[in-house]
Design a binder for this molecule. Structure first.
Ligand code: UDP
Length: 456
């Protein structure tokens, strides 16, 4: 098998260098490797220096974003970061492709993150096939594409928003970059730029699964073409168990406090714990953290709350109660898979949403920004696997609202039985012959034919 991989097709995978984009693309890389494709993951020098990597089936190589010593935090603005990454990234990626070719590991296809569309230009410049890999939901990609094409007029005006392929949505159920027009001009330009050269991509992959987003996937297929759902990209142990030793994503940016979490959860009753996390980027206000802390300490349930080190100073230490465990980071999959966890209070980042669906954990949605409001809309109104904790007119989700949502999710039967149903469907999608597995298989077969043709 190893020999077959050595002589087989070779994919170079290039994610945008943040947790929520690396995790799904790395997981896709492992699926390809399992199907005997050789894979190399390109990560920035800064991440290579500051993270630990444990995915044995994937080789790791550096490119540069121009901030080798400090990463994104050392750029003054997002525009400065994107510009420098583009300039230095183009050059170092071209060098990497040449170097791999020179050492007998010719790259056949570049799988790139559309947040960095210049990777597609580099791949095409080198005469390679290229596959875009969208790490957000198809619904969100579709909305952004409509905005890019000028078919969704901004700023929004009036009541419900009609977007082809999607249910009618209230303005605040759209991504925040759309409904708070002008809120983050730099990131929003990057989001729209995903589509500038997409027509040149040979394949378009999305981290979703057909059963979850059937209508919008079908719409995108007719509108854009070449679209394939390949998710959920969750370590295999939690789904089909076909990949050996695939228990975690394999790239650690924040150190998880796994033992503490597991020991604590092991002492709790099944479905009794509220798990709270807002992912790797979201910054809550001091007032919002206080409301959450009050809700959790008064609702009478055990809770496990992730507060990243950068958010720690906002935490009201006096409110810590014996019912709670607060950690700076955990292995979220391990936590969600634990039988003691009964609900997930989440910002609805796309990975967290897919993880909750795949592990059958009902959601209390507290979206903060970007695509999260749209993910929350689908969780509540389309997939029926959670409830939305609504903010007041000042944008603050009050403690009574949070308590009410946690109680309705943990005590109601309807939402938890929907959550369990999604768990089964997600597993089936990636299992042998499942809808996503077939799409990955189709790509692998095309790569084999490509390799055989170029070897002639
Ligand atoms: N995560 C984790 N431990 C934590 C919190 C988050 O491992 O304590 C992981 C989570 O499993 C997910 C990723 O971090 O894979 C967060 O991605 P998501 O898209 O949900 O949110 P983002 O961080 O991009 O806002």
């Amino acid at each position: 098998m190893e020999e077959e991989r050595e002589n087989g097709a070779h994919c170079l995978i290039v994610p945008y260098p943040i947790t929520g984009h690396i995790n799904p693309m790395l997981q896709f890389a492992k699926r390809l490797s399992h199907k005997r494709v050789r894979v190399t993951l390109a990560l920035t020098e800064f991440l290579l220096k500051t993270t630990t990597f444990s995915a044995a089936s994937v080789s790791l190589r550096p490119i540069s974003d121009g901030f080798d010593d400090g990463g994104r935090a050392h750029a003054k603005t997002s525009d400065e970061y994107f510009a420098r990454f583009q300039e230095t990234g183009r050059q170092t990626l071209s060098e990497l492709i040449r170097e791999l070719s020179g050492s007998g590991r010719v790259v056949d296809c570049v799988v790139y993150d559309p947040f960095i569309p210049w990777v597609l230009d580099v791949a095409k410049g080198a005469g390679l096939q290229a596959a875009a890999f969208f790490t957000q939901s198809c619904a969100v990609d579709n909305i952004y594409h409509q905005a890019y094409a000028g078919e969704l007029r901004l700023p929004l005006s009036g009541g419900e928003v009609e977007v082809p392929g999607l249910p009618a949505m209230k303005p605040d159920e759209m991504p925040s970059f759309i409904y708070v027009h002008g809120s983050y001009p730099g990131p929003f330009r990057m989001i729209l730029d995903q589509f500038r050269n997409l027509g040149r991509a040979d394949w378009i992959f999305i981290n979703t699964f057909r059963e979850l987003e059937e209508e919008v996937l079908q719409y995108w297929m007719t509108r854009i073409g070449r679209v394939r759902a390949v998710g959920p990209t969750i370590p295999s142990i939690y789904l089909d168990k076909r990949l050996q030793d695939d228990k975690e994503y394999g790239l650690t940016i924040f150190k998880p406090m796994s033992n503490i979490c597991m020991e604590w959860l092991n002492q709790r009753q099944p479905r009794s714990v509220v798990y709270v996390s807002f992912g790797s980027l979201a910054e809550l206000t001091v007032d919002q953290i206080e409301e959450l802390a009050c809700a959790l300490t008064t609702c009478g349930k055990h809770f496990l709350w992730v507060i990243r080190k950068s958010e720690e100073s906002k935490f009201p230490a006096k409110l810590l109660a014996p019912m709670g465990l607060v950690v700076s980071w955990c292995d979220q999959l391990e936590v969600l898979a634990h039988e003691a966890v009964g609900c997930f209070v989440t910002h609805c980042g796309w990975n967290s949403t897919l993880e909750a669906l795949s592990l059958g954990v009902p959601i209390v949605a507290m979206p903060q920004w970007t695509d999260q409001s749209c993910n929350a809309k689908f969780v509540v109104d389309v997939w029926g696997s959670g409830v939305r904790a609504r903010p007041n007119e000042k944008g603050l989700v009050r403690r009574e609202e949070i308590i009410g949502c946690v109680e309705s999710v943990m005590e109601g039967k309807f939402i938890s039985s929907n959550a369990t149903k999604w768990k089964e469907i997600a597993r089936a999608a990636v299992d042998e012959g499942g809808t996503s597995d077939k799409n990955i298989e189709e790509f692998v077969s095309a790569l084999k034919i490509l390799k055989a043709t170029t070897n002639k």
